[in-house]
Design a protein around this ligand. Sequence first.
Ligand code: SAH
Length: 217
Amino acid sequence: MPPADRPPPEKMMFQLNLRRRGISDQRVLRAMDGIPRDVFVEPADRDDAWLDTALGIACGQTISQPFVVAYMTERLELRDDNRVLEIGSGSGYQAAILSRLCRQVLTIERFRVLADRARSRLEQLGCDNVEVMLGDGFDIPAEAGQFDRILVTAAMEQIPDALTARIEPGGLLIAPVGPPSGRQTLILLRRTTAGLVRKELIDVRFVPALPGIAREL
Ligand code: SAH
């Protein structure tokens, strides 16, 4: 293969690390391979974009660690026809990954600056099945309706009933649950005919989910 067609070493390491850490769903690995993470990080962090670490973005927020993005996406068992809600657009990276694996994504962000930047990156990459909304994930407009899958990327003290009420029958929700600077655990909820079934997954560290749209900086 001529050098220009060969994936750069940092991208090969990126894929290798995800596999080594147990990500095995080929669709998820392919989506992670196809979305350029360097587009979503701050310009000063471009060289570190393929490392398996969270990085700072504007408004004191973070773009999640690639392993955690892949893990949460894998646990969501996405199907092509799913309608997905993400709370916490941040950089837009997780939404871009989701966009490759489902029919439609609504992603909500409480900082206007982040929502605007995420929207323009997603447009630039042609992720035209994603809508970025400025709003509060604790107060989702009724018109937004129900979702097959819900992914929360900011830590909640507990998962509000108003949110679980949005899960379609058979649907799944994944969210980091715990105090802002204490132990947070990923919780997976599945809506079955017998009610919500809750499963604890791995411990994680996310920025806290805060109520209301953020005041302009
Ligand atoms: N998914 C993002 C990472 C998100 S970091 C990515 O791929 O880059 C968590 C984000 O959740 C932050 O941008 C924060 O502003 C946002 N957030 C926190 N509380 C929120 C709320 N109530 N509603 C919407 N967004 C919220």
